[in-house]
Design a protein. Structure first.
Length: 233
């Protein structure tokens, strides 16, 4: 696994100076995102087959399905992927998908647990951390991609909103044991929908062209020097 994690940096050094085809990378990662999200939904549906559903279970399942749709919407329509064209900083896009996809998979597992435990007084730690913690990992990963992209800043409301969503879901995961499952999922869904509304209303920045070189700002030069083991120009 260590070798697999190190491959992108070495591959980047080997391809030094070549253009980056932005659409190729985003399409491949987008396909993987669909596979993970779809697999999570299928796994949750399969896992609860044969379970006697109550009205709470149906509502929890519907809310979690809605959250899954919103995650898809934010990722494909609202996430800024221009970091891919920022030279070696494009590695942030690659490594940022590790916690992002893990979070989506965890959300799917949490959905199954929340549906099956919908009639209980509260969700256990495992259900809370997989469901809400998965959303937090997704939000923090997108916040990292956003702040590394072009024309963004620490005061960007999309960036701050994603940090806020992560904070709310982490708080719920840590201290939401006394909340009924339906109420817990409803708060998570409300927070995700609020983030969608915030991002949809935010000014859109122009995406990167089809392929870009490696713009040489200070941060880019420092990271590229680290990857290629060469002096900073």
């Amino acid at each position: 696994m260590v070798i697999d994690l190190a491959v992108p940096t070495r591959a980047w050094a080997a391809l030094h100076g070549h253009l980056v085809v932005v659409s190729h990378l985003t399409e491949r990662f987008g396909t993987f995102f669909i596979i993970v999200l779809g697999g999570s939904v299928v796994g949750a549906v399969t896992g609860v087959s044969g379970v006697e559903f109550t009205w709470e279970s149906w509502v929890v399942a519907g809310l979690c399905f809605t959250v899954g749709l919103v995650l898809w919407w934010i990722y494909f329509d609202l996430a800024d992927t221009s970091v891919v064209g920022r030279g070696v900083l494009g590695l942030i896009f690659v490594y940022g998908h590790f916690p992002l996809l893990a979070g989506v998979a965890a959300f799917g597992a949490g959905t199954k647990l929340a549906v099956t435990d919908a009639g209980q007084p509260g969700l256990g730690p495992g259900a809370r951390w997989t469901l809400a913690g998965g959303i937090a990992a997704f939000a923090l990963s997108l916040a990292l991609l956003h702040i590394a992209a072009e024309s963004t800043s620490l005061g960007d409301r999309t960036f701050l909103g994603r940090l806020g969503l992560a904070a709310v879901t982490i708080l719920l995961a840590a201290a939401g044991g006394g909340i009924a499952p339906l109420g817990f999922v409803a708060v998570v869904a409300a927070a995700v929908l609020a983030q969608l509304s915030l991002e949809a209303a935010a000014p859109r920045t122009q995406g990167p062209p089809e392929s870009l070189g490696r713009p040489q700002n200070g941060l880019n030069r420092a990271v590229e020097a680290f990857v290629t083991h060469s002096p900073i120009p």
